[in-house]
Design a protein around this ligand. Structure first.
Ligand code: SAH
Length: 243
């Protein structure tokens, strides 16, 4: 049997709640997925967990779903931000998708000294990728994707209690792991060109920043993002706890 369709809606979900569909959603469910009235699907909205809903009305330009029962409560990831320098469009989209699957709570594109200015981001497109990734991976939470911010500004306003896992390519071959500090964290991944000497000096001087190596080889930024998320989740995140 085909697996149940999972759809993100920007609407409250609750017992007996009816959910109106946009034209695009109606086209997807009834045109592409060929769903009829009475069929059950899964809904998420990033806040209310996952709900079974039935198709009440199916039309070409719209429709109505009716929430039946909650199938899963909201499950928020650990308080982990992913800061990364945008790279080529499809690789940036890959980073966002993987960050959602790997359980990042917030995705922050940052402009570093060596970030290519051609690598502009479309925040709305990246947010849509995050929604799709949550639909696909069974998530009930959708991390916000921020607009591009300058790294030095972000560091200047840094919350005092948040640790930063600074993935420093200069440390290749030096096995430097994560310090065992619980609480809020962020991961920082540089662009293809790496970090500038000024950035590296500044980062090394920050009390909340911990320079970490990702092994003896230079990883591409998209690989490094997945590797860093893996290392962090395994050491400090939700891979090892059952709550
Ligand atoms: N051009 C740089 C490599 C940049 S790789 C050079 O040749 O040195 C892109 C980013 O991935 C880096 O800024 C860093 O954040 C991360 N990264 C890649 N490999 C890494 C490693 N072995 N250890 C730590 N960080 C790494």
């Amino acid at each position: 049997m085909a697996s149940k369709v999972r759809l993100y809606v920007d609407h409250p979900l609750g017992q007996g709640q009816s959910v109106p569909l946009s034209r695009e959603q109606a086209h997807y469910l009834f045109g592409v997925m060929r769903m009829d009235e009475g069929v059950v699907l899964s809904l998420i909205n990033g806040v209310d967990g996952e709900w079974d809903a039935t198709v009440e009305k199916a039309g070409k330009k719209g429709g109505i779903l009716l929430c039946q029962s909650q199938t899963r409560p909201l499950q928020t990831p650990p308080d982990l931000w992913l800061l990364f320098a945008p790279i080529r469009k499809e690789r940036t989209a890959f980073i966002v998708e993987k960050a959602v699957e790997m359980g990042a709570a917030r995705i922050c594109p940052v402009q570093t000294d060596y970030t290519q200015s051609a690598n502009r981001i479309r925040q709305d497109k990246l947010q849509a990728h995050a929604v799709e990734a949550a639909e696909q991976c069974g998530g009930t939470f959708v991390p916000p994707v921020d607009e591009l911010k300058k790294l030095d500004r972000l560091l200047a306003d840094w919350p005092a209690d948040r640790q930063l896992m600074f993935c420093d390519e200069v440390l290749i071959g030096v096995p430097v792991g994560l310090p065992d500090i619980s609480g809020p964290w962020a991961i920082l991944i540089g662009p293809e060109g790496g970090f500038s000497p000024t950035e590296r000096d500044r980062l090394h001087a920050l009390p909340f920043a911990h320079a970490v190596s990702l092994g003896p080889r230079i990883l591409r930024a998209d690989t490094a993002a997945v590797a860093a998320l893996t290392v962090w989740q395994q050491a400090l995140g939700d891979w090892t706890t059952d709550d």
